[in-house]
Design a protein around this ligand. Structure first.
Ligand SMILES: Cc1cc2nc3c(=O)[nH]c(=O)nc-3n(C[C@H](O)[C@H](O)[C@H](O)COP(=O)(O)OP(=O)(O)OC[C@H]3O[C@@H](n4cnc5c(N)ncnc54)[C@H](O)[C@@H]3O)c2cc1C
Length: 339
């Protein structure tokens, strides 16, 4: 494994931002990462693990070591009549894992089709879409402690998953390299077509008994019609999380905005789509300089070509401010901002 100097990270982030890593390497095995931790770590001021770079906004250069995760592989580790357990090494592309499962008619992650990035980053924010979340199929992960180079197993409960949350974004932030993720999938059909347009697409195709592949294809076509392709227009998907607010505040907003979409949560709070709030403040499709909110999905902030990370971050903060001033709601970024 060689450590290079002054490498552009432009090919390694979906915003397409030209940040520079002072030092740069690729890890392709467990021993590569253990070597880095034991023999190299101490020499760098900063360390950044990069998977697919699809949830990262570079506002500055990496004044230290950027590590590209290329540790790939999928292995069946156990199965019975109802379930199969697969262990995926963390640099494996998430959508490749989805295709691996739907091709074998295993159920559980088809609704999460086409989410960019690696499986190693998926537990970081408990990726979710179309009524499914990683935690629904997550069995355990193996992580390597960046302070000691020792391995540790985290069960589903130990990961403390929440909505776009996990222990790796909170108490254990920056402490572990996620090495592998084990998923438990259903071998018998177990589908969820309730969310978004999935059922509509399935019905239009006259499919009576959809397979995992049918659901995956439907999700892919819906996502392709709604979300900008980062290869064409740089972005990192949803920029903000959907806020959870007190019910009294939601009812207050509903008084002046009777069309307010809201979803009651088990904890008594109410979830409001961030996209709706942003749209009400007039940001949908608004382009300012080299950045702006996408015309089809206001929650996605895009790079129209030559934006800097700082320009995108300043734009996001303007959006945040106007939603706060209009509705008294603070939007929390979902994207990891490298300041
Ligand atoms: C078009 C588009 C659509 C998207 N749609 C969705 C969606 O529907 N649902 C959703 O949840 N997300 C979505 N995302 C966000 C993103 O794809 C996910 O968050 C994804 O899991 C990020 O994976 P990555 O490998 O690109 O992570 P990166 O961006 O490379 O890294 C994200 C964070 O995880 C850390 N990290 C990465 N790998 C490891 C590792 N092995 N060990 C420890 N830390 C690590 C990084 O240091 C960084 O802090 C979307 C993004 C785009 C561009």
């Amino acid at each position: 494994m060689s450590i290079l100097e002054y490498v552009s990270l432009q090919p390694y982030n979906t915003f397409g931002l030209d940040a520079t890593a002072h030092y740069f390497c690729r890890v392709q095995s467990k021993s590569d990462i253990q070597y880095l931790i034991e023999d190299e770590w101490q020499y760098y001021r900063q360390h950044l693990i990069i998977g697919g770079g699809s949830n990262l906004l570079f506002c500055s250069n990496v004044d230290g070591l950027a590590i590209i995760n290329e540790i790939v592989g999928i292995e069946i580790i156990k199965e019975d009549d109802d379930y199969v357990w697969i262990q995926c090494l963390s640099g494996t592309t998430w959508h490749d894992v989805v295709l691996y499962c739907v091709d074998r008619d295993w159920y559980g992650i088809e609704n999460l089709s086409l989410i960019p990035g690696t499986i190693g980053a998926a537990p970081m924010q408990n990726i979710g879409a179309y009524g499914a979340e990683l935690k629904d199929v997550f069995e355990e992960l193996e992580a390597i402690d960046l302070r000691t180079a020792k391995s540790k197993i985290f069960s589903n409960a130990a990961c403390e998953f929440g909505y776009r949350e996990s222990i790796f974004k909170k108490a254990e932030k920056g402490n572990y390299f996620i090495y592998s993720v084990t998923l438990k999938l259903h071998k018998k059909p177990k589908i969820n077509t309730a969310y978004g347009d999935i059922q509509k697409v399935i019905s239009e195709k006259n499919i009576l008994h959809p397979t995992a592949k049918d659901i995956s294809d439907a999700v892919i076509s819906i996502r392709e019609s709604k979300l900008p392709n980062p290869k064409v227009l740089g972005n990192a998907g949803s920029f903000f999380k959907n806020p959870e607010v007190e019910k009294t505040l939601a009812l207050q907003i509903q008084h002046s905005h009777p069309n307010l979409p809201m979803y009651e949560l088990e904890n008594g709070k109410v979830k409001i789509p961030a996209a709706w709030l942003i749209e009400q403040c007039g940001w949908k499709g608004k382009k300012i300089g080299n950045t702006g909110n996408h015309a089809k999905q206001a929650l996605v902030i895009v790079n129209y070509g030559n934006a800097s990370g700082t320009e995108i971050w300043q734009h996001a903060q303007q959006v945040q401010l106007s939603v706060n001033e209009t509705f008294g709601i603070h939007l929390e970024p979902e994207v990891n901002v490298w300041l």
